[in-house]
Design a protein around this ligand. Structure first.
Ligand code: NDP
Length: 294
């Protein structure tokens, strides 16, 4: 097969732009649980919409990409799709899922001669649109090299972190750090607000000083503007920090800061709901301090 046909499964906030970028360089089929989303994607980006997963059998794909909420949904889809793929197909899973779950999916797909790589992404919707995601991959180096043409279209940075499962583990810890940073930055700004320092002014200093972070630089303006566009659901962040907590328990180390971030993220999800944007988690610190960071 000379052309590298790709199928992208799951056109959510991240999947839609990733599949659009793939289509700029490779023949790309798309599937989404809500089929109208795939049809709209095909019209807008020149992809081919698969009305049902079964249609993948005729798409002659070399690479399947997936980006679904968790490894549970990926396992369900893989159970249907795996038997329909040619042996030698590579499955690139961009979902942020459970490391153990990803190893089980790898075993499930290996029965059909399909090689699985866990390849979660970081960089948000902006990074996905720009084709500049950071991708952490677990799996074999030769397989990763084979999917180079796919990765080139969606990633700015690709790091091979180890065997299957390690990509998911790195992603979970990255997300626990994001959750920590969200809560810590919100706390710092609410303390300053109570002391009479305007949050935007404080951020101007912090973003030129050593307290700067991705959260302070790129995300906290959502709090100061009170506009919280939904780019990444709080419920998904809560899922990620739970996965990190499981990892921490599995390796058996004490991680008090990350464990507290997990508790605070769970509380924020309970209070504000899982469907709001993740930056709304800062409202927890605001409520405690009785101020808004506007
Ligand atoms: P969205 O909530 O925007 O999209 C979820 C996607 O999964 C939709 O295509 C949805 O289909 C589909 N889906 C949901 N349930 C099922 C199911 N049971 N069976 C099949 N398909 C299903 O999620 P995101 O794109 O934000 O996130 C996807 C993954 O990427 C998550 O693991 C997330 O943690 C990770 N991620 C997200 C980032 C972000 O900034 N948004 C950044 C980095 C990683 P439908 O349209 O039918 O609802």
């Amino acid at each position: 097969m000379s052309t590298m046909n790709v199928a992208y499964l799951g056109l959510g906030a991240i999947g839609r732009p990733m599949a659009a970028n793939l289509a700029s360089g490779l023949p790309t089929s798309v599937w989404n649980r809500t089929a109208a989303v795939a049809e709209a994607h095909a019209r807008e980006h020149g992809t081919v919409a698969l009305a049902a997963l079964a249609e993948i059998a005729d798409a002659e794909v070399k690479v399947v990409c997936s980006c679904l909420p968790t490894d549970t949904e990926v396992a369900e889809v893989a159970a249907i799709v795996g038997p329909l793929l040619d042996r030698g197909t590579i499955w690139l899973d961009h979902t942020s899922g459970d490391p153990d779950g990803s190893r089980r999916i790898a075993e499930q797909l290996a029965e059909h001669g399909v090689t699985y790589l866990d390849a979660p992404v970081s960089g948000g919707v902006d990074g996905a649109v720009a084709g500049a995601l950071t991708i952490m991959i677990g799996g074999g180096a030769d397989t990763i090299a084979e999917v180079g043409p796919v990765l080139d279209l969606v990633a700015g940075k690709v790091v091979h972190v180890g065997d299957v499962g390690t990509g998911m583990a790195v992603k979970a810890v990255n997300q626990a750090l994001l959750a920590t940073s969200l809560q810590a930055t919100a706390e710092g700004l609410t303390v300053l607000a109570r002391y009479g320092v305007d949050a935007t002014t404080a951020l101007e200093v912090i973003n030129g000083a050593t307290g700067r972070s991705f959260v302070s630089d790129k995300l906290m303006s959502r709090a100061t503007s009170r506009e919280f566009p939904l780019t990444f659901a709080l419920g998904l962040l809560d899922k990620d920090v739970r996965l990190a907590a499981q990892l921490i328990a599995d390796v058996g180390v004490a991680a008090p800061v990350l464990s507290l971030a997990r508790e605070l993220t769970a509380e924020a999800t309970e209070v504000f709901g899982g469907d709001v944007d993740h930056v709304q988690a800062v409202r927890l610190a605001e409520q405690r301090a009785g101020v808004e960071l506007r």
